[in-house]
Write a protein that binds this ligand. Structure first.
Ligand code: TRP
Length: 450
């Protein structure tokens, strides 16, 4: 067997992890969560959770990956006993389902770049909605899903150094540059100051009144945006050397991800305010309907829009790469497949699984809710229980490599994992299951014609 691959440079690992973290979660999900959950109030709680929940949970995955040098299935089989040995399977299954429809949504973003450059965005609400519906499902959506998946396969098949590391070295700086430019542009818009004050002044009375809905939404967003709960960070850390300071690396990765989400807010809200859209309205259609319509209303909107959607598309690409790598690393390590075969096989299977989601939005929701709100949270919860309660001493020892003795900080970390992380995930799981049940008995039952 050939030796296990490794990152060529320190920056390579950080860029790949940032590329994974920065994705649809930052550009699509974050602004509409802010809009739905009360603006600055949500932002404040979200930042708190990123630090108190996201950071410790990311270190858990890093430690497991570097300790074992394995894919998530192999890693957990090596470390854990009893039912915890199967956590890795949940991760691989989750990655499989998420990427199948993530690629569909990414296909829409490619379409929206072309719409800006070729046909133009539609200004009136109903027209924009109709435009979205033609893009979102049907044979065209299948076609763009195929194109996106083919690009992901091409990159992952080339391997860690020649494929993933090179791709993220181009993608991540490009995201930062384009997003920075768009934020400066948004600053010049008429309603910018009203938008900033909505976004940046947390209203503590809103926090007090709505914390029951703000807190789970903020926790879920923190987990999703940092690519946690699915073994991505286990897999990426398994290609690392032992002398790395995982604490610093984690802080840099989280800092970047948070910065990008923050800057996206600085772009989206001035545009929505200038076009007169209430940010609480858009919901999940936010960037594809309201924001696209807003592009039709502003100066040079076609160009700004095309650049914005191009950013979304490349951000989705580097996240999709990480999702595929989890499954591919499993096939290489555990099944002894070679990388190109594993990648092509998995890519085609994921494409096929995504086809129903590309044909019908209700089916896309069916996949999305299940993977996002149940599988992801369940995987993260089980891993945190295992590492926090059954593997704490070894975990601290592993974290200390490359940092030095941690003393109290080590116990602080483990206690954050044992209680706040576990509790938040448990609550999120319960809420997620309830929401899924109401989806199954509501929109899905209706779709089935019951
Ligand atoms: N973090 C990515 C985003 O913000 C999505 C993502 C990629 C992800 N890999 C993941 C989410 C693994 C959860 C688990 O879009």
């Amino acid at each position: 067997m050939s030796p296990r691959e490794a990152w060529a440079t320190r920056v390579g690992f950080i860029l790949a992890a940032v590329g994974s973290a920065v994705g649809l979660g930052n550009v699509w999900r974050f602004p509409f969560q802010v809009g739905q959950e009360g603006g600055g109030a949500f932002l404040l709680i979200y930042l708190l959770f990123v630090v108190a929940i996201g950071f410790p949970a990311m270190l858990v995955e890093f430690v497991v990956g570097r300790r074992t040098d394995r894919n998530p299935v192999g890693a957990l089989r090596q470390l854990a006993s009893g039912p915890f040995r199967y956590i890795g399977w949940i991760f691989v299954a989750t990655g499989f389902v998420i990427l199948s429809y993530y690629s569909v949504v990414a296909g829409w973003t490619i379409r929206y770049v072309l719409i800006g450059l070729r046909d133009g965005y539609v200004a009136d609400g109903a027209g924009a909605e109709a435009q979205f519906l033609t893009v979102a499902s049907g044979l065209d959506a299948v076609g763009f899903h195929a194109i996106f998946m083919a690009i992901v396969i091409g990159i992952v098949a080339l391997g860690i150094r020649r494929g993933i590391e090179i791709a993220v070295t181009v993608i991540v700086p490009a995201i930062v540059l384009i997003a920075g430019g768009l934020a400066i542009y948004a600053f010049t818009l008429e309603a910018a100051s009203a938008a900033y004050s909505y976004y940046l002044t947390p209203d503590l009375s809103v926090v007090a009144a709505d914390w029951q809905s703000i807190a789970p939404a903020a926790a879920g967003q923190a987990f999703f945006t940092l690519s946690l709960g699915m073994g991505v960070m286990i897999t990426y850390a398994s290609y690392l050397e032992e002398d790395r300071n995982l604490g610093t690396d984690g802080a840099i990765i989280i800092g970047f991800d948070t910065l990008v989400a923050f800057v996206v807010g600085l772009i989206v809200f001035p545009i929505l305010f200038t076009a007169g859209v209430d940010p609480a309205d858009p919901g999940a259609g936010a960037i594809f309907v309201s924001l696209a319509a807003a592009f039709a209303d502003i100066q040079l909107g076609w160009l700004v829009g095309a650049l914005f959607f191009a950013t979304v598309a490349i951000a989705a690409l580097s996240s999709a790469i990480s999702l595929m790598e989890v499954v591919v690393s499993y096939l290489i390590d555990e099944r002894g497949m070679d990388r190109p075969t594993a990648t092509a096989g998995i890519g085609v299977a994921m494409f096929l699984l995504g086809v129903p989601a590309a044909l019908d939005l209700v089916l896309l929701d069916l996949f999305d809710l299940f993977a996002d709100q149940i599988l992801l949270v369940l995987g993260g919860l089980l891993l945190s229980i295992f590492v926090g309660w059954a593997y704490a001493t070894e975990a601290i020892e592993e974290l200390e490599k490359g940092i030095g003795p941690l003393g109290r900080v080590g116990s602080l970390w483990i206690w954050l994992v044992r209680v706040p992380v576990v509790l938040v995930l448990l609550i999120a799981l319960i809420l997620g299951i309830l929401e899924y049940v109401s989806f199954l008995t509501g929109p899905f039952a209706e779709w089935l014609g019951w």
